[in-house]
Design a protein around this ligand. Structure first.
Ligand SMILES: *Cc1c(COP(=O)(O)O)cnc(C)c1O
Length: 348
């Protein structure tokens, strides 16, 4: 099986498991787990932030950030393809009483003009605009890489109007290896930013949230309240440290593999790609031209041992990851091309 469903499917490698088994541990809740502390220091330094907290998931990083930055009745601004808006079970609303303004986007990128229009004039009748979140790279809209200049314009504009600026950096490191810009350059000046360990980095669990010392102290309290505080979390943090040492080159390979897949299937009949397709490890395309739904297409590929993900009615997402090598990509391309050709013939 060639599994391009998601980079969350990656399994810890034997060497990562060894690193986990050897981890020195203590009690995370009292800051005395040395491996977790080392991971937090390492990621805070990488992102150029004062402090960090180890979280069980990226979802909790987003939620804790929203809960620190906002109070009930506030509104946050995100893109309409974002993880916060679509796949966090409305945590901001359910737990924080925070409403979400989702800006219409094509590939997850919104403009400064959209942010300008979205920030509300303070008045009795309006929710208070409080946070802008940028997803780097975009997840459900094809791994598009945000331009750093655009990110900074939006950050500065928002902060000048009293809003906080947040980076959902589930795949920030894919952007780092794609552009050569550092994580610190991307995160500079943002009020909160995080990276996921359980996506392309291949860890079984975890994410690291960064910000000022004061922000992290408050995020820690939410983590505790939400039931996210751990004990001997060094076993998990060791996987993160191992991944940062050994899997950064893997992210570059994943990006290259998604780009290769794009090149190999770009002219397949009935498939349509956005001009931004193939910038990092995620490749999205539509099957509009084939008169079938995305799930029909995905099932047909699965029968040939290639797993891709149907997102919405017509969109397919394929995500390169450490369990699929170049030969696997070539085989996936072959299957996708063959299926596209077969459906195109039937549609005629
Ligand atoms: C996966 C993902 C998350 C959530 O991370 P988990 O660790 O799965 O909870 C948040 N944002 C984006 C963009 C993601 O891709």
């Amino acid at each position: 099986m060639i599994d391009l469903f998601s980079d969350t499917q990656t399994r810890p490698t034997p060497s990562m498991r060894e690193a986990m088994a050897r981890a020195q541990v203590g009690d995370e809740q009292s800051n005395s787990d040395p491996t977790t502390n080392a991971l937090c220091e390492r990621v805070a330094a990488m992102l150029g932030q004062e402090a960090a907290v180890f979280m069980p998931s990226g979802t909790m990083c987003n939620l804790a950030s929203i809960l620190v930055h906002c109070r009930a009745g506030d509104e946050i601004i995100v893109d309409d393809q974002s993880h916060i808006y679509n796949t966090e079970a409305a945590g901001a609303a359910a737990i924080g009483g925070v409403s979400v303004k989702a800006l219409p986007t094509r590939v997850g990128l919104f403009s400064l003009a959209q942010v300008e229009a979205a920030i509300r004039v303070p008045q009795r009748t309006a929710p208070r605009s409080r946070l802008v979140s940028i997803e780097q790279t975009t997840s459900f809209s094809g791994g598009t890489v945000w331009d750093i200049g655009e990110m900074r314009l939006i950050r500065d504009y928002a902060q000048a109007r009293g809003l906080k600026a947040h980076i959902d950096g589930a795949r920030l490191l894919n952007a780092v290896v794609a552009t050569g810009l550092s994580a610190a350059e991307y995160a500079a000046g943002f009020d909160s930013a995080w990276i996921d360990l359980s996506k392309g980095l291949g860890c079984p669990v975890g994410a690291v949230l960064c910000g000022t010392r004061d922000f992290i102290e408050q995020a820690w309290q939410w983590k505790y309240r939400l039931g996210g505080a751990m004990r001997q979390s060094g076993v998990l943090a060791a996987a993160g440290l191992y991944a940062l040492d050994h899997h950064m080159t893997q992210l570059a390979e994943d990006n290259a593999n998604a780009g290769r897949l794009h090149r190999l299937i770009a002219d397949a009949p009935g498939l349509a790609f956005d001009p931004t397709a193939g910038q990092s490890n995620i490749l999205c395309f539509t099957v509009d031209g084939l008169c079938i739904t995305a799930s029909t297409f995905a099932n047909a590929c699965l029968e040939e041992g290639v797993r891709v993900r149907a997102i919405g009615t017509h969109q397919i997402r394929a995500t390169a990851n450490l369990d699929v090598d170049r030969a696997g990509i070539d085989r996936a391309a072959e299957v996708i091309r063959a299926k596209a050709a077969a459906f195109a013939a039937m549609a005629e």
